[in-house]
Design a protein around this ligand. Structure first.
Ligand SMILES: NC(=O)C1=CN([C@@H]2O[C@H](COP(=O)(O)OP(=O)(O)OC[C@H]3O[C@@H](n4cnc5c(N)ncnc54)[C@H](OP(=O)(O)O)[C@@H]3O)[C@@H](O)[C@H]2O)C=CC1
Ligand SMILES: O=C(O)[C@@H]1CCC=N1
Length: 268
């Protein structure tokens, strides 16, 4: 079993650690989690994870390193770990938005193999849509990354220039779909359901809609046509939403997130 060190165990780092252990691919004892406030990891230490607030020490024995700090925290962390990194034997992966493989190699070593990965928080329940890209990692290391992220959802390799777009569509996308489910539930309350029932009903309906596309390899408009009876209530509601900019709002939101994702990291 490979040894993994996650530098920056916040929302994303911990979701990844939980998903990998749940999948059975990793034992908690083969994952080291770091953050500055070690107290915030005590729950994870009691579950068998190794925890540390010393990044330089934590990366020494790792086969795979996952960088999961915020973009504005990257430069300091890379300076800290550089003396402990072995570019010949270690694989460096990063989930940080807006930081390229080249940015990391420029800060660490030009021959370090780097894979940039963009998962989403559904990784904690093995349902992530994960995109990854590289400009120098070997096929063997790419297979390793694919195996790792396929156990916690679905992963695809993409061109690196599309990573900020993948961030908007898939990583930020979790929040966009959650907000639409929340909005649907609020509508459900207005038409008569208690809030907790409305939320469960909206979430299960969203899950069914997503599975219609994924399991039947169908297209949204094909499935929508099956719901919209002539002169019916669905088309009335759907058209009302479109008159108010429903599709347009989602498209504009994704474009804005993709733009901002590309501006998050500032090189030193
Ligand atoms: N949240 C998401 O859905 C997704 C996030 N990402 C990317 O993941 C990265 C992390 O995001 P997110 O998890 O949301 O952010 P969080 O703020 O939740 O996590 C960042 C973690 O890094 C730790 N940290 C900060 N500085 C250091 C340091 N010097 N050494 C060790 N740990 C440190 C922080 O803990 P402490 O302050 O205790 O050190 C914190 O727990 C970002 O780059 C983001 O772009 C990518 C995909 C999805
Ligand atoms: O909001 C953010 O910047 C991070 C990256 C993608 C999801 N969360």
């Amino acid at each position: 079993m490979k040894k993994l060190t996650i530098i920056g165990s916040g929302n994303m780092g911990l979701a990844l650690a939980k998903g990998l252990v749940k999948s059975g691919l990793y034992k908690a004892s083969s994952i080291t989690l770091t953050r500055r406030n070690l107290g915030g990891l005590s729950e994870y230490a009691s579950q068998g994870f190794i925890t540390s607030n010393n990044n330089a020490e934590a990366v020494k024995d790792a086969d795979i390193i996952v960088l999961a700090v915020l973009p504005q925290q990257v430069n300091k962390v890379l300076d800290e770990v550089k003396p402990s990194i072995n570019p010949e034997s270690q694989l460096f992966t990063s989930v940080v938005s807006g930081v390229t493989c080249k940015n990391i190699k420029e800060k660490l070593y030009p021959n370090l193999q780097v894979v940039r990965v963009m998962p989403n928080t559904a990784i904690a329940i093995q349902q992530s849509m994960t995109c990854f890209a590289t400009d120098n990692a070997s096929e063997e290391n790419l297979s390793l990354v694919k195996e790792m992220f396929d156990t916690v959802g679905v992963s695809i390799q993409i061109q690196e220039e599309l990573m900020t777009s993948a961030t908007a569509l898939c990583a930020c996308g979790i929040a966009f779909f959650l907000r639409s489910i929340r909005a649907a539930s609020q509508g459900g309350v207005e038409v008569g359901f208690h809030a907790h029932d409305a939320l469960m009903m909206a979430a299960q309906t969203a899950k069914g809609a997503a599975d219609l596309l994924l399991q039947l390899a169908s297209h949204p408009e094909r499935e929508i046509d099956k719901v919209t009876s002539p002169k019916g209530c669905t088309i009335a509601g759907l058209n009302e939403m479109e008159h108010n900019g429903f599709s347009s709002a989602m498209i504009k939101g994704i474009k804005t997130s993709a733009k901002i994702a590309g501006e998050l990291y500032v090189k030193e």
